[in-house]
Design a protein around this ligand. Structure first.
Ligand SMILES: [Zn+2]
Length: 412
């Protein structure tokens, strides 16, 4: 509904104003950007505000266990070639944060919105998106395979009959299961490094056979759909078979996959892959992730890894040994308070790197590394870990609140 200039009702306007006032008060009180509290106040005054705000926009939703913040940024950059964009770029991805972000973009044509996995079906109902990008689903923190399967089922029910074009990863069986209730799906071969949550068939529970890049259920025949877009090394292949080079400042295979999906999304709005991919080069860091900062005369690259699949993707993008690695793990509310997920991560991938461990749960991590047979040192804090590392690049990998602690200490 781009270009629809039907004005907001007085009640909706009041809700937006009250939300902004609450956000300003919260910000003045030192509680972050205030966007979430602002959104909560606004939604309390006008529960339909999100759908009213979205009504004026072509909405694109992005959800996944990993990579949704980055992909939202990449899609937003690409679509700016076609018109003004509003986005929840700071990652406030539940309804209050989304409402607050959209309230700030009254002149936008496109709304590019990251959505927490648990809210996708509801936000899709409220915002009537034109496109929905689904990247991957895997266990997060304490979630286990059964919960991840239930989430896929919720998506499948919520997206059945959607009018949106769903752009979905053909290489993730749970994503395929979730998306295949939608009438209009564009499949992207975006790859899947973490397969531990994808050995059983989402449709029938049978064992998936995985010859090469393909996958098929031996019991019911549920199988990988034929993709029309693909990530192929350093290139994106479009539906006509043309190969477009990916140039990103962001590191790693996972971000190339995010770029491939983003190019497919942009194409559904008429932005050609070449234009979309050129614009994606602008994205340097996303909410501090991948940022390289100078601290104690070393170059620290800050990497966020929140769950086992995220750790695995991160190990694959760091510089090879002997580049030192600092690992930081907390177990506060936003991280999940149980650290048993550490046992799902294959830390032997770090063999050969000098390793320091820090964070609230450095001893849990130390036990895990000891069992993995790795050499490491336990340090008091980031300062000590950096001090005992040789000069040059250091890769610093942290989970959620540990990452925030780190940015406060070493960030610009
Ligand atoms: Zn099956």
């Amino acid at each position: 509904m781009a270009g629809n200039s039907e004005p907001l009702s007085p009640r909706a306007k009041l809700a937006v104003t009250a939300g902004k006032a609450a956000a300003a008060v919260s910000k003045a009180a030192g509680r972050g950007s205030g966007s979430v509290i602002g959104g909560k106040v606004a939604l309390r005054l006008d529960p339909d505000l999100l759908s009213r705000l979205a009504h004026h926009l072509d909405v694109i939703l992005v959800s996944a266990t990993n990579g949704k913040t980055t992909t939202t940024r990449l899609i937003a950059e690409a679509l700016r070639a076609a018109g003004p964009v509003v986005s929840n770029a700071l990652g406030a991805n539940m309804p209050a944060g989304i409402t607050s972000a959209l309230a700030g973009g009254s002149d936008a044509r496109y709304g590019v919105i990251e959505v927490d996995e648990k809210y996708l079906a509801g936000v899709a109902r409220d915002t009537e998106p034109k496109a929905i990008a689904l990247l991957n689903l895997s266990r997060d923190q304490l979630d286990r395979a059964a919960e991840t399967r239930m989430l896929a089922e919720k998506w499948r029910e919520g997206l059945a009959g959607t009018k949106a074009t769903v752009i979905a990863n053909a290489d993730d069986p749970l994503i395929v299961w979730a998306a295949s209730s939608s009438p209009n799906v564009v499949w992207v071969a975006a790859g899947q490094e973490w397969k531990d949550d994808a050995w059983s068939c989402p449709a029938c529970g049978g064992v998936l056979q995985r010859p090469g890049d393909d996958w098929v259920c031996g019991e019911c025949g549920f199988r990988r759909p034929v993709p029309s877009w693909a990530l192929n090394g350093e290139y994106v292949l479009d539906p006509h078979g043309a190969a477009w080079p990916i140039h990103l400042q962001l590191p790693g295979r996972a971000n190339k996959a995010n770029a491939a999906t983003s190019a497919a999304v942009a194409a559904t709005f008429g932005v050609p892959p070449q234009v979309a991919l050129e614009r994606m080069y602008q994205v340097q860091a996303v909410a501090g992730r991948y940022d390289v900062v100078t601290f104690q005369e070393r170059e620290l690259r800050l990497l966020l890894a929140k769950n086992p699949a995220g750790w695995l993707e991160t190990f694959s993008l760091i510089d090879p040994p002997p580049t030192p690695v600092i690992l930081s793990v907390n177990a506060r509310g936003a991280d999940g308070t149980d650290t048993s997920w550490l046992w799902d991560v294959d830390y032997t991938r770090l063999a050969g790197h000098p390793i320091c461990v820090i964070g609230d749960r450095k001893l849990d991590l130390a036990v895990r590394l000891e069992v993995a047979g790795l050499d490491f040192r336990v340090c008091a804090d980031a300062d000590e870990a950096v001090r005992i590392s040789p000069p040059g690049r250091i890769e610093v990998i942290a989970n959620y609140t540990a990452f925030q602690d780190l940015r406060r200490r070493v960030g610009n």
